[in-house]
Write a protein that binds this ligand. Structure first.
Ligand code: AMP
Ligand code: TRP
Length: 332
């Protein structure tokens, strides 16, 4: 059976990029894969988090998974810190990781900015922990947004390094699954910047819990250019905001960007935005409502996480015993 692992950080402001780039695809994949979906709280604390907010955000991401249609019976849903094996395997992998590999990671460079000397070791080792998440379960496939591509290559490199160093064929080299029009949803304020949880402007993103009126206002205010929409992809060149909105429309409607362009060729943004807003409200509205309903029952949410952690731990412990044996660590 092919096994999937993926995760989202509980850092608040879950947005349309998280939904279209990741969570929505998981709902389909659960039909044909054994799936493990994690709320990666240990990754979240690579940057400072308020403890109360971290707890609330962990419940919120869980509610988002469930509201989007992930089935807690069929899939394993849990928070990373509840399975100690993630941190342990991260150490074992850290001992195999050349610093040169970490120095190439663009996300670290972006997040550390100019303050590299005061950035934390956890932020630097972030890709090592991510490789551990995936390989602890020997996952074969990892559905993520485009921004995680480099981290997945790193994970494959680690798996290969382990297999080579110990002369085994133990870890699979996990395949990234990066889907379609919405693998990279951009900010509504700047078509060259990724839609992000940490953008200070709430108008840059559509949050999964935004109500209909807020979604409409954000789409109406989204940055555009003065020209009508073109009929082909070439016409979008140099028009990142138009390309982004067309990509979002296509992803929400389940059609390609090309087909969306055929539909809106020659339209002005005002008319296109009205249709986009209707579509976004019809897709996200029910999920947001569901999230709020589920989040009102923390006992239920924590029950899901608790059962998920038990199932995850079982696989993790079995694999860790094998890994200890390969490395030569005595399990006395
Ligand atoms: P994060 O919010 O960084 O924990 O990301 C969780 C998942 O959402 C990952 O699979 C990301 O690749 C995906 N993701 C985050 N932002 C975007 C975006 N703007 N467009 C598409 N996918 C995204
Ligand atoms: N780094 C991912 C992100 O920010 C989250 C993540 C952590 C993840 N561990 C993972 C995604 C393992 C896929 C598989 O989006």
């Amino acid at each position: 059976m092919k096994r999937i692992f993926s995760g989202v950080q509980p850092t608040g402001n879950l947005h349309l990029g998280n939904y279209l780039g990741a969570i929505r695809n998981w709902v389909t994949l659960q039909e044909s894969f054994e799936c493990i979906f994690c709320i990666v709280d240990l990754h979240a604390i690579t940057l400072p988090q308020d403890p109360e907010e971290l707890r609330a955000n962990t419940r919120e991401v869980t509610a988002a998974y469930l509201a989007a249609g992930i089935d807690a019976e069929r899939c394993v849903i849990f928070n990373q810190s509840a399975v100690p094996g993630h941190s342990e395997l991260a150490w074992l992998f850290a001992c195999l990781t050349p610093l040169g590999w970490l120095n190439r990671m663009t996300q670290f460079k972006e997040k550390a900015g100019k303050k590299r000397d005061i950035a934390g070791l956890g932020l630097y080792a972030y890709p090592v922990l991510m490789a551990s998440d995936i390989l602890l379960y020997k996952a074969s496939h990892v559905p993520v947004g485009e921004d995680q591509k480099q981290h997945l290559e790193f994970c494959r490199d680690i798996a290969g390094a382990f297999n080579r160093q110990f002369g085994v064929d133990y870890f699979p080299l996990p395949e990234p699954q990066i889907f379609g029009e919405a693998a990279r949803v951009m900010s509504l304020r700047d078509g060259t910047a990724k839609m992000s949880k940490s953008d200070p402007s709430d108008y840059s993103r559509i949050n999964m819990t935004d109500d209909a009126a807020t979604i409409r206002t954000k789409i109406r205010k989204a940055r555009t250019d003065p020209d009508p929409l073109p009929g082909t992809a070439e016409g979008l060149e140099g028009r990142p905001e138009a390309a982004n909105l067309i990509g979002i429309y296509g992803a929400l409607a389940g059609i390609s960007a090309e087909d969306a362009l055929v539909k809106f060729e020659g339209a002005m943004f005002s008319a296109f935005k009205d249709e986009l807003a209707d579509l976004a409200v019809s897709v996200l509205g029910p999920i947001g409502e569901n999230m709020k309903r589920i989040a009102k029952d923390p006992g239920y949410v924590e029950g899901v996480l608790h059962r998920g952690a038990e199932r995850a731990n079982e696989i993790a412990q079995r694999h860790l015993a094998e890994i200890h044996d390969i490395i030569g660590l005595l399990d006395a």
